[in-house]
Design a protein around this ligand. Structure first.
Ligand code: 13P
Length: 253
């Protein structure tokens, strides 16, 4: 089963637009439900409306959660709130949030708080840039270790990881990652997980690829890039393109 996650980031502006878009995505998701599990991580403000209006085809998630339940955190929301909305997934450690100074410690604490509420964390890791000496490998290793060494052992298998090279994300991306780059890094991440846990856990960890994924390259990231799923930004805001993407990856199963 492929895990396909749409990250809507800070769009659309209105909940009515969000509901219309999600309805269209839900229709396509039902067509491919045998091979694809579709999740939409929407802005918090739309989540209650989406969850109330769309009951089939897709699950919903948040885009971050506070690292503690201390109420003195203006502008944040916590995992209990996500749970009470009915969210079943939540992205944590996205590079666009890390860029505002979020630390690995906070990302770990957010992950633990989601697990406590039985919400599946989608933990993003990825290097800012590639260098010729392989230092980028150590930065991703550190991010993965922080999570896998910190989460209670019996919860580890619930974690979803998303490898998102920062340089390949968004409309200002330097370039797309190649399938070989994705495969190499996902293999490397599994090795890091195996060293902390065991081979079986490493093999079973769900690892997604994200960064400029579209209807043309999606199939290859799944079939040859080592990813069991995808984390998609811009294309998840276009129902037609997202549906073509679903069609293409369903053929890899
Ligand atoms: P794009 O697909 O728009 O590059 O965004 C990727 C991403 O950041 C998903 O979390």
């Amino acid at each position: 089963m492929i895990l396909l996650v749409g990250n809507w980031k800070m769009a659309p502006n209105k909940s009515t637009e969000a509901i219309n878009l999600a309805k269209k995505i839900s229709l396509s998701a039902k067509t491919y439900k045998k091979s694809i599990n579709t999740v939409i991580c929407a802005p918090y403000i739309h989540l209650p409306f989406l969850i109330k209006n769309i009951k089939t085809g897709i699950s919903f998630g948040g885009q971050n959660t506070a690292s503690s339940e201390d109420v003195a955190q203006t502008g944040f929301i916590n995992s209990s709130m996500l749970k009470s909305y009915g969210a079943t997934y939540c992205i944590v450690g996205h590079s666009e949030v890390r860029a505002h100074g979020e630390t690995d410690e906070q990302i770990l604490a957010s992950t633990v708080s989601l697990l406590q509420k039985n919400i599946i964390p989608i933990v993003c890791v990825g290097e800012k840039e590639r260098d010729g000496h392989g230092w980028y490998l150590s930065s991703v290793k550190e991010q993965v270790e922080k999570i896998f060494l910190g989460v209670p052992k019996n919860q580890i298998k619930k974690i979803v990881l998303a490898y998102e090279p920062v340089w390949a994300i968004g409309k200002n991306a330097a370039r797309e990652a190649t399938v070989a780059e994705s495969r190499e890094m996902i293999m490397f991440i599994r090795k890091v997980i195996a060293d902390i846990t065991d081979e079986k856990t490493a093999k079973n960890t769900n690892i997604l690829y994200g960064g400029s994924v579209n209807e043309q390259n999606a199939f290859n990231f799944i079939s040859e890039g080592g990813a069991q799923g995808l984390l998609v930004g811009r294309v998840s805001l276009d129902a037609k393109r997202f549906s073509s993407l679903m069609k293409s990856i369903s053929l890899s199963q």
